[in-house]
Write a protein that binds this ligand. Structure first.
Ligand SMILES: N=c1c2ncn([C@@H]3O[C@H](COP(=O)(O)OP(=O)(O)OP(=O)(O)O)[C@@H](O)[C@H]3O)c2ncn1[C@@H]1O[C@H](COP(=O)(O)O)[C@@H](O)[C@H]1O
Length: 106
């Protein structure tokens, strides 16, 4: 099984060592506009899948979106760790918001 970090590392590898026939390499070669178009397309597909009853279709489309977002992050030099750090910062913020809501209820 491949983790998100492992997939990101593989994408970085494709960026530094282009491989013939690689879809990731194709995206990097086409450049930012193509990557952004794919992120947009895949986001729309997630929205449509979310309205349909098939969980399988939804999981498939979310996976497509995650992959393309990771390619976008790699293109920009943003790592999975950068996202984890941002999410960790929110942990504290969110609990403070909850605390405030509890106080407001009193
Ligand atoms: N997770 C993915 C992944 N998800 C989606 N895709 C590709 O994203 C494309 C999306 O399909 P579409 O029909 O929307 O696009 P398309 O018509 O094929 O291509 P476009 O002309 O629209 O760009 C498909 O070609 C999928 O193969 C992915 N390609 C690669 N990976 C991962 O990246 C790794 C490296 O792949 P390569 O770079 O191909 O070696 C693989 O082992 C996988 O783990």
């Amino acid at each position: 099984m491949q983790t998100v970090e492992e997939l990101y590392q593989l994408i970085l590898q494709r960026k530094s060592n282009p491989e013939k026939g690689s879809y990731t390499d194709y995206l990097f070669t086409k450049g930012l506009d193509k990557i952004l178009k794919k992120v947009g397309e895949e986001s729309t597909e997630v929205i449509v899948a979310a309205k349909n009853p098939s969980d399988e279709e939804f999981v498939y489309e979310v996976s497509d979106l995650v992959y393309h977002v990771l390619v976008l992050m790699a293109d920009r030099g943003i790592s999975v760790d950068d996202i984890k750090k941002e999410l960790a910062k929110r942990e504290g913020l969110m609990s403070k918001t909850q605390e405030r809501r509890e106080i407001d209820k009193l």
